[in-house]
Write a new protein. Structure first.
Length: 95
């Protein structure tokens, strides 16, 4: 299994959820309203630095990773102003 960590502008979170649903990912965890600073500036949920990001974590079989990555690339290319990052980690179940 692979653990995918997807970081996206909160405004595009529904698009990430649609990708995970389309690829039949059984479940995911969303961390909404994540604040911080990155390549697209600061997101602190304030007037000075409006907006936030969301992080999605999903455990997926290795054979689904490429299709999900392709869909995420298409989303990034369609909305470059929002920024999207995705990382994959090898996963070893402990329990």
């Amino acid at each position: 299994m692979k653990l995918l960590m997807i970081i996206v502008d909160a405004a595009r979170g529904h698009d990430v959820e649609a990708i995970l649903d389309d690829e039949k990912v059984g479940g995911y965890t969303e961390l909404p309203a994540v604040l911080g600073r990155g390549a697209h500036g600061r997101k602190e949920g304030t007037r000075a630095f409006p907006g936030s990001s969301a992080i999605y974590l999903a455990a997926v079989p290795p054979d689904k990773v490429d299709a999900i990555a392709d869909d995420l690339r298409a989303l990034r290319d369609a909305h470059p102003q929002h920024g999207i990052h995705a990382y994959g980690f090898d996963m070893t179940p402990l329990l």
